[in-house]
Design a protein around this ligand. Structure first.
Ligand SMILES: [Mn+2]
Length: 273
């Protein structure tokens, strides 16, 4: 269903600026960090050269590279090896979550092993900290949006699906608690937490492209930035309760990576009367 387009336009010179709640400390070094992001890279042997070139070009252009799932075309370890090779030796740390394509072959554990061997940190309901950026990463799952939710009712298979999404929501909540004290906090997902970045995809399949159940921990913990992929025909930019959400699927961006610059913004002082 999802056709991959590898964007070639370099766009590293005009990052999207994201103001954060971080209070800058001049003594603590740089006041901003650059996050490069891409989803739905869909590595395989045929695009080896483009992939190598794209990752070589983004290296050192950002403080961290985030990959929002669908790292491979069909979840074969050989495909993951192509991405691992592109990332091996990069100076910029790379962090990824898996997508549905990466679990398709039933070999997700091997895929993760290959990626880790290439130096990629794979988060499956877990967290990591790179360059002061706390990252809570999970694949997420399906479930729909207000008015179209899959119910927790009836057949065991349907209820198991609901429970699997519950597990993703709980993992995201735990992750955001773990990184609560990081200066910058980013959520990395494959599935969409809002329908607003799905606009462009057929409305009939939105329930299978994500769920607003993922919004609960986002609204509670208020990370600085939320990134997802999966919806190749969706929309780039939206928000959840004012928190910026970007669909960084490569076909949506029309380029290899997008760079987000997270900048500390001193909170305004309370006027004293
Ligand atoms: Mn996907």
């Amino acid at each position: 269903m999802l056709t991959r387009v590898w964007g070639v336009e370099p766009g590293y010179t005009s990052p999207v600026a994201v103001e954060t709640t971080h209070i800058p400390d001049p003594a603590a070094g740089p006041e901003s960090v650059r996050v490069a992001a891409a989803g739905d890279v869909h590595a395989n042997e045929e695009i080896r050269d483009e992939l190598m070139a794209a990752f070589a070009a983004i290296d050192r252009e950002a403080d961290v590279i985030l990959l929002a799932g669908d790292l491979t075309t069909h979840g074969e370890p050989e495909q993951a090896a192509v991405l691992a090779e592109a990332c091996r030796g990069l100076e910029t740390p790379t962090v990824a979550v898996l997508g549905n394509h990466d679990v398709h072959a039933g070999r997700a554990a091997e895929v993760v092993e290959v990626l880790v061997d290439g130096g990629i940190r794979v988060l499956d309901g877990a967290t990591t900290v790179c360059a002061g950026v706390g990252i809570a990463g999970a694949k997420g799952f399906v479930g729909g949006f207000r008015g179209t939710h899959l119910p927790d009712f009836g057949e065991p298979s349907l209820r198991a699906l609901y429970a699997e999404t519950t597990g993703e929501v709980e993992a995201l909540d735990r992750g955001l608690r773990e990184i609560a004290l990081c200066p910058y906090r980013v959520v990395l997902l494959h599935y969409a937490p809002t329908w607003e970045t799905l606009e462009g995809e057929p409305r009939e399949i939105w329930t299978f492209l994500g769920t607003d159940r993922l919004q609960a921990p986002i609204v509670e913990h208020r990370p600085d930035l939320v990134l997802h992929g999966h919806a190749h025909a969706g929309r780039f930019r939206s928000d959840v309760d004012g928190i910026p959400v970007f669909n960084v699927s490569v076909p949506v961006m029309g380029r290899d990576f997008w760079v987000f610059e997270l900048t500390g913004s001193a909170l305004p002082s309370t006027p004293i009367r």
